[in-house]
Design a protein around this ligand. Structure first.
Ligand SMILES: Cc1ncc(COP(=O)(O)O)c(C=O)c1O
Length: 196
């Protein structure tokens, strides 16, 4: 086994998409035409996959503020706040969020992945057990792993279905018992009617 062995499995997976219109990771948009439209392979197509739910990336106020910020602060903070300190505008943004949501403190992460990773790993530790739905985002699993907590993975949708079926069964049991009694006392029985 060599260092790149695990990437061969990724290559084999990617090959499953050969001959298809799109391959994950290889889908290149030539132009972004608006919050919900992009140009792909020369065609104007709708973008359903992004998290740009409110179309804020093209909101004139957001664009103007971003342009102004780049002019005043440069293209990024260029380092972590642990090493470089915090920009006043970041602190103000966190305070605004906290006030908006009625919380004492807010913390802004630049990606959802980082937020989940840091929160789960920051809040939980080896003494904890975390129950995760099978469909949780990979970042939550990574955060849980990083925390050292024990992870219990459960398909919550299946668990809910099982619980509903168990509840229905519990409600039906007395009925079936009644029908069983009817079946012993009636020549035609009652079970078939109930089952129908
Ligand atoms: C539930 C959930 N958590 C985390 C993420 C990761 O967010 P990001 O792409 O900003 O890192 C996503 C991305 O879609 C998500 O849907």
């Amino acid at each position: 086994m060599d260092l790149l062995d695990k990437l061969r499995a990724v290559g084999a997976r990617a090959a499953l998409f050969d001959g298809q219109v799109c391959r994950p990771f290889d889908t290149v948009f030539d132009e972004v035409l608006g919050p919900c439209e992009v140009r792909f392979a020369g065609r104007r197509v709708l973008m359903f996959g992004s998290n740009n739910y409110f179309g804020l990336s093209f909101h004139p106020g957001v664009q103007a503020a971003a342009q102004d910020a780049v002019g005043r602060y440069g293209s990024g903070s260029t380092g972590s706040r642990v090493a470089n300190g915090t920009l006043r505008i970041h602190e103000e943004l966190e305070r605004d969020f906290a006030e908006t949501f009625g919380k004492r403190y807010g913390m802004i992460f630049s990606t959802g992945f980082q937020a989940n990773l840091c929160l789960v790993a920051g809040l939980c530790s080896t003494d904890d057990t975390i129950l995760l739905d099978a469909a949780c985002h990979a970042s939550i699993y990574d955060g849980a792993r990083l925390s050292g907590a024990s992870v219990v993975r459960e398909d919550v949708r299946q668990a809910v279905i099982r619980a509903v079926l168990a509840a229905v069964n519990r409600r039906l049991e007395p009925l079936i018992a009644d029908v069983d009694l009817a079946a012993t006392t009636s020549p035609t029985g009652g079970r078939e009617d109930l089952r129908r």
